[in-house]
Design a protein. Structure first.
Length: 257
């Protein structure tokens, strides 16, 4: 099974570029399942029902989230109702909208998608992602398991990958919006990349106009994050997973401009 994991889609600009490029990419690469991080898909951060629908209508099969998952209250009921949206699983159970683990019936296999958020430099009040993943893996018997680890620190992402090596099919990092050069298969058969990258404007600071972010760093004052315009890119990673064993056979980082 060939699974495409797309880095953080930023705003309407990124959504429209994804719609323009994804169908051909899926066809050329023979993609069976597409997962993308949509926590920035609404203009101004977060996910809305409209931005989620746009992603699904564009050919995405599952949407994962992150630290902006609950920025838009209008998405709370949508997360509860849509079985193909995963929010970070280490938020408290019972009081948090949505689910941190979703299952997709592919006919010949059930694919489990888990969304986790890192503890370093993000919300340290959440349950440890390591404890969370141990608990969730005890609740699924899927052979093919994908983990979107939405985290800031590369050390935490790599530690998680080796912790899960041989226990899940693939781990792809999100959140930093910068694609890393370490797409690989770990020794026990888990595919991995530290960060899948970003889908949005090339000449920007993580999708935002450069002068705005420069001003924020210089003045330390709050700013409005207006999205940059111009040429775009779609960054992602393609995992080739063995259907029977659930092990990853190859991992390929891609950038479409």
């Amino acid at each position: 099974m060939r699974i495409l994991c797309i880095g953080d889609v930023v705003g309407g600009v990124g959504c429209r570029f994804l719609r323009a490029k994804l169908p051909a990419l899926k066809r050329v690469k023979g993609v069976d399942l597409t997962v993308c991080n949509g926590e920035n898909s609404a203009d101004g951060n977060g996910l809305t029902p409209a931005s989620a629908k746009f992603l699904f209508d564009s050919g995405v099969d599952a949407v994962t989230l992150g630290n902006h998952a609950f920025r838009r209250r209008e998405a709370y009921e949508y997360m509860d109702a849509n079985p193909f949206v995963a929010r970070p699983a280490n938020y408290p159970g019972g009081t948090t909208p949505g689910s941190g683990m979703i299952q997709i019936d592919m006919g010949r296999r059930i694919v489990t998608v888990i969304n986790l958020m890192g503890s370093m430099f993000l919300d340290s009040g959440l349950e440890s992602p390591f404890d969370t993943i141990d608990r969730l893996l005890g609740q699924t018997d899927s052979r093919i398991i994908l983990v979107d680890f939405h985290a800031e620190a590369t050390s935490e992402k790599r530690a998680m990958a080796y912790y899960l090596d041989g226990r899940v099919s693939a781990v792809f990092g999100t959140h930093t919006h910068v694609q890393t050069s370490d797409a690989q298969v770990l020794p026990k058969g888990t595919g991995y990349i530290t960060d899948a990258g970003m889908t949005g404007t090339v000449h920007s600071v993580l999708g935002v106009k450069t002068d705005i972010i420069i001003s924020k760093f210089k003045t330390r004052l709050p700013v409005r994050f207006d999205l940059a315009d111009g040429d775009c890119k779609l960054e992602c990673v393609l995992f080739d997973i063995d259907d029977n064993s659930g092990r990853c056979k190859s991992a390929e980082a891609l950038r479409i401009e």
